[in-house]
Design a protein. Structure first.
Length: 771
C-alpha cells in the first residue's frame, strides 16, 4: 500500500527532507482553531516530518498572512527548534504583503528570513539587499544546495529581475558535483498556469537550470503539477514540480517527502496526502490514478514510477553487518551490545573476553522487571540489543562480534519501577532525540514525560566504580552511548522508550559571538548567540581545567551569564556550552579574561563602597548582612573608614555570612584576617556561644563554607559585651590553587528573652606570611 511504501522508503533512505508551499499563516498552533477544517494539515505535516527525522524543509512561498492576520506561523518558527534551524523559506506574494502591506513590493517579505536566522547560518549566503540566497546544507557526507530566487507576483514587469537570474545562473555554474550532492532551485512563481518558472528564462539560462538542477520547485497555482520541458522531455534534465498547497482546502492539498539513497545516488520525491488521513500516505494523481511520485537519479534523468504496479526504481538498502568493539576493565561493568548479534549466545558475543581469561558463568547478570536479577547461564543464555547487563571481569578485555544495525525506529518496553535498558546503536545519541510512548498513543517528548511524572529526570549509568547521571541538561552526560547500560525508573506499566531511526551525523549546534563583557573586580558577564533556542552554561576557573560553572536551562538564542565571586586582578579561563534537542552540544574554544585590579588582594576589604557588591552572601540566595556606617543597636561604629558589614538580630536563629576571593601563588602560606565586633543584651545575660563570629580560608578556592578543605579560626564569642570591642580574627593555610576564598561567618541563636544582638566585620585582609 501507499502507507507501507512510505514506511519502507523511510527505513531504507540515507536521509529525508520535505518540500511544501502555501500554508497561508497556518502552523501547528492553529490546529484547533475554528473556521478552517484544513488548518490541521500543517500540524500533520510537522508531526510526520519529525517522525520521519527529516533533516530540513524547503518552502516555496506564501507562508504567512491570508487566513490569519496575526500570522501564527511566525511565532511557531521562532520557537520550534527544528523549524528555526532547518526551514528554508521562499518569499511569495502573501509574504510580501505580510511585511510591506503590498503583494507587489519587490523583496518585501525578506524579514521572513530573519524569523529563522537564515542568513546567520554558516552554510547560507544571502545576496545583500535582496531576497536571493544559496544554502549548502551539510547532511553527513552529502551536500544539498538550495538556491532561492525572488519572483515577485505582480506586476509582471518585476518578474525575475535580471540580477536574480544572474545570481541563479552564477551559483549553479559554481557547483562542481562530487556524487553526493543534490541541487534544488526554488521560486514562488507568478501567473504561469503550467506550474513552472523555467520557461520565463532565456534559452541559455533554461539549459543551465535543466542540466545543473535535480529538482526545480515552484508554488502558487495550488495544483500539484509536473512541468515537462519541451527540449528535455519526460526523462531528461531536472524534475520540475509545482508543490500544490498544504492548506488550500483543495483536493490537491499535499506536501512532498524526499528520500535520498546511495548506490546510485538518487532521490525519491513522493507526494504525500495531507487531507483525510491519520498516517502518511502517498497521494494518488487524480488524472491518471497513479501514485504521483518520482525517482530522480542525481545529475542524470527523472523517471516517473507507479507505486501501484511496481517498486522498480529504488532499492531497499540492507542494514548491513558490522564488527564493533567495546573495551572493559576488571571488576564490575554495566554493559550493553549496540547491534543485534548474528549469534546471540553470550559465549559467542563475549568470546573475546573469554579468550582474555574471563569466566562468564555466574559473572553475567541481567535484571528482569517483576522478577529481579537473573544469572547466566542458569536463567538466560542469549544477549539482546536494547537491554543492559552486569558483567564482572577478572581480566580487562574487549568485545567484538558480527551484528546487524537496526534501520528503523526502536521501541524499548519500560516496566513500572526500574528497567535496565541501552542504546541499540553504534554511535552516541542525544537523550533529547528519544521520546516516551504510552500504549498506542502518539509519542511525547522526553521532557514532557518528565513533567507528567511518568519517568524520572535522570537515567543512571555505572562508570569508574560509581553511578553517574544522564539528563537532558545538567547531568554528568546528555548522551546515550553504545556499550553502556542505563537504569530508568517509571511510574506506569504501559510505557516504551522510542529510539528514532538512525541518521548520522547529528549536527553540532552553532554558537557565535562569544565574549566577556562588563568585567569588574569580582564579576564578569559572558555573552554569545546560538543558531536556535538553547540552554546556557559557562565553565570558568583560573586554569583551563575550569572547576566551576553557571547554568541556565531556559531556552534562548541570545545568551548572557554573569559570573560573580571572582578574585580581582586574576586571569580566568572560560568556555560556553549550549544544548538543544536534535543537535550535538555547541561548545566554544577556551578563552580568557582578566578581572580589574584592586588596591588590595580582596576587593573592597573594608566595605568602603557602601555596598556588598564585591562580596557574595551565603547561604546562597540569602541577604543576612548589610553595609552601613553605624549600627544604632549596640552603637557600633566602623573599625576604620566610614563603612562596615553587619547583621542585626532578626528574632530567629541566623547563621551565614559573606565570602570573597583573592589571587595567590600556589604553594605559599597566607593569612586571612578580619576585625570582628558584636553586641548582645538581655536579661538573663546571653551565654557564650549564642552570638559569635569567625573567619575561614579555603586554600582550594571553593565556594562551599562547609567543605572539608576550609580552615577556620576560633569563634569570637560575645556575652553581653559592651560595644566598640573590635577583635582581630586570623587563620592561615597553604594555597593549593591560584585563588583562595575568605569566608566570614556569624551565628545568632534565637531565644525568647534576647532582644538585642548584632555582629559586625571590617577591614578584611589576605597576606602572605610564609613559603
Amino acid at each position: 500500500t501507499a502507507a507501507d511504501t512510505f514506511e519502507e522508503l523511510g527505513k531504507a533512505a540515507v536521509f529525508t527532507f520535505a518540500l511544501f508551499s502555501d500554508n497561508h499563516g497556518c502552523s501547528p498552533f492553529t490546529a484547533n482553531r475554528p473556521g478552517y477544517s484544513f488548518v490541521v494539515h500543517m500540524d500533520r505535516m510537522d508531526q510526520w516530518m519529525k517522525e520521519n527525522n527529516d533533516r530540513f524543509v524547503v518552502g516555496a512561498g506564501d507562508h504567512t498572512y491570508h487566513y490569519y492576520r496575526d500570522d501564527p506561523f511566525i511565532p511557531f518558527i521562532n520557537t520550534d527548534p527544528f523549524w528555526y534551524a532547518n526551514f528554508y523559506p521562499c518569499i511569495g506574494n502573501h509574504d510580501n504583503k505580510c511585511y510591506s502591506n503590498s503583494e507587489s513590493t519587490w523583496c518585501g517579505g525578506r524579514p521572513l528570513f530573519d524569523e529563522v536566522g537564515l542568513c546567520q547560518r554558516p552554510w547560507v549566503f544571502c545576496r545583500p539587499d535582496a531576497c536571493d540566497y544559496h544554502a549548502q546544507i551539510p547532511v553527513g557526507d552529502w551536500k544539498v544546495h538550495v538556491i532561492h530566487v525572488n519572483y515577485s507576483y505582480d506586476p509582471p514587469s518585476t518578474h525575475f529581475r535580471q540580477e536574480s537570474r544572474d545570481f541563479l545562473i552564477n551559483r549553479l555554474n559554481s557547483i562542481t558535483r562530487t556524487g553526493k550532492e543534490i541541487v534544488i532551485a526554488v521560486a514562488h512563481i507568478g501567473t504561469q498556469t503550467d506550474g513552472n518558472w523555467v520557461s520565463v528564462l532565456s534559452p541559455a539560462e533554461q539549459d543551465v537550470v535543466m542540466q545543473k538542477c535535480d529538482i526545480v520547485l515552484a508554488g502558487h497555482t495550488h495544483r500539484y503539477q509536473r512541468y515537462i520541458h519541451p527540449s528535455y522531455g519526460e526523462t531528461g534534465g531536472a524534475l520540475c514540480l509545482n508543490t500544490a498547497c498544504v492548506t488550500g482546502g483543495d483536493p490537491d492539498d499535499c506536501y512532498l517527502e524526499c528520500f535520498v539513497f546511495d548506490n546510485p545516488p538518487r532521490v525519491v520525491v513522493a507526494r504525500q496526502r495531507i487531507d483525510d488521513c491519520a498516517t502518511p500516505q502517498l497521494r494518488i494523481d487524480s488524472f491518471n490514478n497513479a501514485w504521483s511520485s518520482y525517482v530522480k537519479k542525481l545529475g542524470q534523468v527523472a523517471n516517473s514510477i507507479s507505486w501501484i504496479n511496481s517498486n522498480d526504481g529504488w532499492d531497499t538498502l540492507p542494514a548491513g553487518a558490522s564488527s564493533p568493539e567495546g573495551s572493559f576493565n576488571t571488576g564490575w561493568n554495566l554493559i550493553s551490545i549496540p547491534l543485534d548479534p548474528a549469534n546471540s549466545n553470550a559465549a559467542s558475543v563475549l568470546s573475546g573476553l573469554v579468550a582474555a581469561g574471563n569466566k562468564l558463568e555466574n559473572n553475567l547478570i541481567r535484571y528482569e522487571p517483576g522478577t529481579g536479577y537473573q544469572v547466566y547461564p542458569r536463567d538466560f543464555t542469549n544477549l539482546q540489543a536494547g537491554r543492559g547487563y552486569w558483567l564482572r571481569l577478572q581480566q580487562p578485555g574487549s568485545i567484538s562480534f558480527v551484528g546487524t544495525s537496526r534501520p528503523d525506529t526502536t521501541y524499548i518496553p519500560l516496566a513500572q519501577g526500574w528497567s535496565l535498558i541501552s542504546l541499540p546503536r553504534t554511535w552516541p545519541l542525544a537523550l533529547g532525540y528519544c521520546k516516551i510512548k504510552r500504549g498506542s498513543d502518539t509519542p511525547i517528548s522526553w521532557n514532557n514525560a518528565i513533567q507528567l511524572g511518568w519517568i524520572g529526570d535522570a537515567l543512571y549509568y555505572y562508570e569508574g566504580g560509581t553511578y553517574k547521571t544522564l539528563k537532558l541538561t545538567g547531568g554528568d552526560d546528555t548522551y546515550l552511548r553504545p556499550w553502556k547500560a542505563y537504569w530508568i525508573r517509571t511510574t506506569r506499566s504501559d510505557l516504551s522508550m522510542v529510539v528514532p531511526r538512525p541518521i548520522e551525523p547529528t549536527p553540532v549546534l552553532k554558537i557565535a559571538d562569544v565574549q566577556a563583557t562588563n568585567i569588574g573586580k569580582t564579576t564578569a558577564t559572558i555573552t554569545w548567540t546560538s543558531l536556535i533556542c538553547s540552554t546556557s552554561r559557562v565553565d570558568f576557573g583560573p586554569t583551563s581545567a575550569y572547576g566551576e560553572y553557571v547554568y541556565d536551562g531556559g531556552l534562548t538564542r541570545t545568551h548572557s551569564m554573569t559570573i560573580s565571586g571572582l578574585a580581582p586582578g586574576t586571569t580566568y579561563h572560560y568556555k560556553v556550552t549550549s544544548t538543544a534537542d536534535l543537535y550535538n552540544p555547541g561548545v566554544s574554544a577556551d578563552t580568557v579574561f582578566t578581572t580589574a585590579s584592586s588596591s588590595s588582594p580582596i576587593a573592597d576589604p573594608g566595605f568602603e563602597s557602601g555596598t556588598l557588591n564585591d562580596w557574595i552572601p551565603w547561604p546562597s540566595g540569602t541577604n543576612l548582612m548589610q553595609a552601613g556606617t553605624y549600627s544604632a543597636l549596640g552603637k557600633i561604629y566602623p573599625h576604620s573608614g566610614s563603612y562596615m558589614a553587619y547583621s542585626l538580630w532578626a528574632q530567629v536563629t541566623q547563621n551565614g555570612g559573606l565570602y570573597a576571593r583573592a589571587a595567590v601563588t600556589p604553594g605559599l602560606t597566607y593569612e586571612a584576617s578580619v576585625w570582628s565586633n558584636g553586641f548582645c543584651a538581655s536579661t538573663p545575660p546571653v551565654p557564650l556561644g549564642d552570638c559569635k563570629a569567625r573567619i575561614g580560608i579555603d586554600p582550594l578556592g571553593g565556594r562551599d563554607p562547609a567543605a572539608a578543605s576550609v580552615v577556620w579560626s576560633a569563634w569570637d564569642e560575645r556575652a553581653n559585651a559592651a560595644p566598640q570591642q573590635w577583635r582581630r580574627l586570623a587563620v592561615q593555610a597553604q594555597a593549593q590553587s591560584p585563588v583562595v576564598t575568605v569566608f566570614l561567618e556569624f551565628y545568632q541563636k534565637q531565644q525568647p528573652q534576647y532582644y538585642q544582638m548584632v555582629n559586625a566585620f571590617d577591614d578584611a585582609a589576605i597576606t602572605q606570611v610564609g613559603p
